[in-house]
Design a protein around this ligand. Structure first.
Ligand SMILES: Nc1ncnc2c1ncn2[C@@H]1O[C@H](COP(=O)(O)OP(=O)(O)OP(=O)(O)O)[C@@H](O)[C@H]1O
Ligand SMILES: [Mg+2]
Length: 362
């Protein structure tokens, strides 16, 4: 956009507006450029003409939290200009931006000679922004509290689950030793694997709540992972009347965390099954290599993802139409794919179905 059309300039009378346009310098910033750091003494007001700027507060040495963002027609840095206090956050360019910067000294002079209507408009803007930031902040705190609760809850669950689960493992191990026919051994193995999965699942949930999903990557044959998935879910899927078709080349090897990848597929498939709501359905998983990436497609012919949650789909606690949904399944799936430096997105249509696309580096 043009500086003349910017809302900040429009706050002022013609003469001052022109003065501001003349003293403003246009600067092009590249992606990830830092405009100012937290704690710096303010010297300019910035008008965003193109692109996007993120404001981040430092949480730890390497960790920042985005607290706000500015897009074209927004301006920032006005707090420092008005009260002279150090910058409260770092301003970082996201994918390039064009800004007009106005020096503090000149701006303060112009403001001193400005009619109250301009000041009032500026004041209104500042208050409105404060309100948005406060709401955002409250939302983030509430979210964090929920995650802490999930963590505590899972901790208790893991603790309480451990002894009955080891009982199940022990008992199935004994049955296996007493009845060595092939079929019994196979069922007992399945019981033991599932019991082990339950503890692993609870532990993964705990990691997710703590935000510390460390990966245990090793080369895995993707087709083997799908075969294992099919075996573990055969009974569940047939009880739910779901036909599962998997198509994956046998020689596709990927460096990934097998259990976590399994969790992603599990969460997405369970969601699809639940969406069928006891009706017959079909789920198709295909995987193939494309250059140095693996593309996995998971398609169902269910009702489609409800419109209300499409925008926020991968966020924690977004759930819809389930009695006991926690809304963590897809958030966990996304965190796992992100940790692998992969991508996940979906296409969905009412009454036609949903397709998830996952792309992972080999
Ligand atoms: N394949 C799908 N088809 C239709 N709706 C879906 C599909 N997958 C997810 N959804 C919708 O998205 C919501 C969010 O899914 P998510 O897995 O994150 O949470 P949840 O299933 O509600 O709870 P949780 O997985 O934590 O038990 C679901 O409640 C459901 O309404
Ligand atoms: Mg789910």
């Amino acid at each position: 956009m043009d500086i003349q059309a910017h809302q900040f300039i429009a706050f002022f009378e013609a003469e001052q507006a022109q003065q501001l346009c003349e003293i403003a310098t246009l600067v092009e910033f590249s992606d990830r450029a830092i405009i100012f750091e937290e704690g710096e003494i303010p010297d300019f007001l910035y008008l965003v003409l193109n692109g996007q700027v993120l404001f981040r507060k430092r949480i730890t040495d390497q960790h920042y939290q985005v607290v706000a963002r500015a897009i074209p027609d927004d301006f920032f840095g006005e707090f420092g200009i008005l009260d002279g206090q150090p910058r409260s956050a770092q301003a970082l360019v996201c994918e390039g931006a064009t800004l007009a910067k106005i020096p503090r000294r000149v701006l303060v002079e112009i403001l001193n000679n400005t009619r109250s209507s301009a000041i009032l408009k500026l004041f209104r803007y500042v208050i409105q922004r404060l309100r948005v930031t406060t709401e955002d902040y409250v939302r983030q705190i509430a979210h964090k509290d929920k995650m802490v609760l999930v963590g505590e809850m899972v901790n208790t669950i893991i603790h309480d689950l451990k002894s009955p689960l080891s009982g199940i493992q022990l008992a199935s191990g004994m049955v296996k030793e007493m009845h060595i026919d092939e079929e019994t051994v196979e069922w007992c193995d399945l019981i033991q694997i599932q019991a082990h999965r339950m503890t692993a699942m609870a532990e993964e949930l705990l990691e997710f709540a703590r935000g510390s999903a460390a990966l245990e990557k090793r080369p895995i044959v993707l087709a083997d992972l799908f075969r294992r998935f099919e075996k573990l879910n055969r009974i569940y899927l047939s009880q739910e009347n779901i036909a599962l078709k998997i198509d994956c080349p046998d020689d596709l090897v990927i460096n990934a965390d097998e259990n976590k990848l399994m969790r992603v597929i599990q969460n997405l498939v369970v969601n699809a099954v639940e969406a069928f709501n006891s009706h017959e359905g079909r789920i198709e998983i295909t995987a193939l290599q494309q250059g140095d990436r693996v593309k996995i497609r998971l398609q169902d012919n269910g009702p489609g993802i409800p419109c209300e949650i499409r925008e926020t789909f991968f966020e924690s606690f977004v759930t819809h139409g389930k009695k006991s949904g926690t809304g963590l399944g897809t958030a966990i799936a996304k965190s796992v794919i992100d940790a692998h430096r992969g991508e996940i997105y979906f296409e969905t249509a009412d009454g036609v179905g949903t397709t998830f696309f996952i792309s992972l580096p080999l």
